[in-house]
Write a protein that binds this ligand. Structure first.
Ligand SMILES: Nc1ncnc2c1ncn2[C@@H]1O[C@H](COP(=O)(O)OP(=O)(O)OP(=O)(O)O)[C@@H](O)[C@H]1O
Ligand SMILES: [Mg+2]
Length: 347
């Protein structure tokens, strides 16, 4: 019992304090609704989590993790306002987050067939790295970074959501609605069964997200663990003990994996400037200990010319609406004049 955090440090609000709005989405652990706090009218996202609680209620390990997350305070990390615990015996827990206009997946979908202008890609990468460097320095690994977990305000601020939830609740292979949980952003060491979860797994996911922002499509869209691994190997080459020391000792490594050679990333990432290619390669280094860290990535030359100001996100949708129906992807529509390198590549 002495390990149990004191409930009063978490449960400052009650469900009755919220006016519940519409359902925003469904995730791995439960549903998300918009809501407003009665009295202040502040808009929040209320995430209901179903957990396998026994008679003792919410497991103390889970509460300990969530308490830690409440301490994270950074402009690029979604604010977790509060945690509401239902009375003992209930399997429900509510996380109260600040409300944010859209997630990155919604943004990319809405822009299609256009792509996110390179100025935004750079700014988003810089902001995400700032948030990641902060969390990693507090020894919190996200473990489940994906475009749905990156929330974008209409002012162009991008924030990491659901930080540390994977550790607090562990990632099931199917979510509560029995849909398969995506593994497109999962690092190869995780797919190969490592028990050592390092900050490098977030950097791998960030590399996949970076590629997706540029391509507008996911880079490695595997439909099961082995398909996911093979998609990675087909592009980056099948790793062995020479390219990744001791990889063959990982639990799910198999000596009979097909041996694919490494391909040229530039062919897959059309539209990626040369410095962006150099940048992404650092995030796709196989041995996790040699993969670039968030802190070091912040001084990469790809980020030397990040635009200081971005036009509001809704103006991007207008750009799209105003565009002709041609399928030409729009980089020349970038209102920030930050696409020089892109233009050179195309010429
Ligand atoms: N703080 C928030 N503000 C606004 N919308 C949010 C917020 N948090 C989540 N959402 C929206 O609700 C959707 C579902 O969230 P949820 O986190 O449950 O699922 P997910 O991100 O798809 O998967 P996971 O459960 O693995 O994080 C998100 O994709 C996002 O669009
Ligand atoms: Mg989420």
């Amino acid at each position: 019992m002495e390990n149990m955090p004191h409930a009063s440090t978490l449960n400052t609000l009650n469900l009755a304090d919220f006016e519940q709005g519409s359902k925003i989405g469904e995730g791995t652990y439960g549903t998300v609704h918009s809501a407003t706090i009665r009295g202040t009218n502040e808009k929040v996202a209320l995430k209901q989590i179903k957990i396998n609680a026994d008679l003792e209620g919410v497991p103390s390990t889970c509460m300990r993790e969530v308490t830690l997350l409440k301490e994270l305070n950074h402009p690029n990390v979604v604010v977790l306002h509060d945690v509401i615990i239902q009375p003992t015996g209930s399997e429900k827990l509510y996380l109260v987050f600040e409300f944010i206009d859209q997630d990155l997946k919604m943004l990319l979908d809405k822009l299609r067939p256009n792509r996110l202008p390179m100025g935004y890609v750079k700014s988003f990468m810089q902001q995400l790295l700032n948030g990641l460097a902060y969390c990693h320095s507090h020894r919190v690994v996200h473990r489940d970074l994906k475009p749905q977990n990156l929330l974008v305000t209409n002012d162009g601020v991008i924030k990491l959501a659901d930080f540390g939830l994977a550790r607090a609740f562990s990632i099931p292979s199917r979510c509560y609605t029995h849909e398969v949980v995506t593994m497109w952003y999962r690092a190869p060491e995780v797919l190969l069964g490592t028990k050592m979860y390092s900050t490098g797994i977030d950097m791998w996911s960030l590399g996949c997200i970076f590629a997706e922002c540029v391509k507008s499509d996911p880079l490695f869209d595997g439909d099961c663990e082995i398909d996911q691994l093979y998609k990675i190997f087909q592009l980056l080459g099948t790793p062995d003990d020479t390219t990744w020391p001791n990889v063959s000792k990982l639990p799910d490594y198999n000596m009979s994996f097909p041996k694919w050679p490494k391909k040229d990333l530039a062919r897959v990432l059309v539209g990626m400037p040369e410095d962006g290619l150099a940048f992404i390669k650092e995030m796709f280094i196989y041995p996790p200990m040699y993969r670039i860290t968030a802190k070091n990535a912040l001084s990469h030359r790809f980020l030397r010319d990040v635009p200081r100001r971005l036009a509001p996100i809704p103006s991007l949708y207008k750009l799209k609406d105003g565009a002709s129906s041609s399928t030409k992807r729009k980089s020349d529509g970038d209102p920030f004049g930050d696409d020089d390198s892109l233009a050179k590549r195309r010429n």
